[in-house]
Write a protein that binds this ligand. Structure first.
Ligand code: GSH
Length: 202
């Protein structure tokens, strides 16, 4: 049985849970209080969470960490991903790497500043993150501007789950999304089992 550890504030963990739910992959889910010291987390979580973070997934007693790597593992093992055209698999992986380095390296931080402002980010850093977000979200918006249903076209893929992870928190980050991105997010909301992170990860 699969077991996922996550938290309602973690868009990284949400990517994985939303995928598991939408693909109807049976799993257990356990929230971890990421606001408490790492030493206070369960012995099981500490044993499997190699970087001490959520998401952490246990599958066949093996530990899987890093949200996008977990998505790849799940897609290969539990969906027809490996049978999809090679070009499609490559493009899905390209988006995962892009997300980790681009959108995933500004949106979570902006949301963190806006929601939990602890003064740890100075004005210059925040400005840099905002400029980065504008660039990244416009690139995604331009990709989706032709009205495609999902990032790779007609078929939903791990690229969608990865890219959307933090975008359901866009209001909390005080950022705008282009219309094409808003429409795509609505397409994802229509997938089976969709819930906002605060509900799905509770
Ligand atoms: N690059 C990682 C990021 C994971 C991450 O930053 N997890 C945060 C929550 S979003 C966490 O577990 N924070 C608590 C901690 O580090 O103790 C991924 O994609 O999974």
């Amino acid at each position: 049985m699969l077991k996922l550890f996550g938290h309602p504030d973690s868009g990284h963990a949400y990517k994985v849970r939303f995928f598991l739910v939408a693909m109807n992959i049976e799993h257990d889910y356990e929230p971890v209080d990421i606001w408490q010291p790492r030493s206070s987390r369960s012995a099981e979580f500490q044993r499997y969470a190699r970087y001490g973070e959520v998401p952490t997934l246990i599958d066949d007693d093996q530990s899987y960490v890093q949200s996008n790597a977990i998505l790849l593992h799940l897609a290969r093992r539990y969906t027809d991903f490996s049978q999809r055209p090679e070009r499609e698999q490559t493009q899905a992986q390209e988006w995962l790497f892009w997300e980790a380095n681009k959108l995933g390296l500004c949106l979570p931080q902006l949301r963190s500043v806006a929601k939990f402002d602890d003064g740890s980010i100075n004005a210059g850093a925040e400005q840099w993150l905002r400029a980065r977000y504008e660039h990244d979200i416009n690139l995604l918006g331009d990709t989706l501007a032709d009205g495609r249903r999902y990032v790779l076209g007609d078929t939903v893929s791990i690229a969608d789950f990865s890219l959307a992870g933090y975008l359901f928190f866009a209001d909390e980050a005080s950022v705008d999304v282009p219309l094409s991105v808003a429409q795509w997010l609505n397409n994802l909301k229509a997938l089976p089992g969709w819930q906002h992170p605060y509900e799905l990860m509770a």
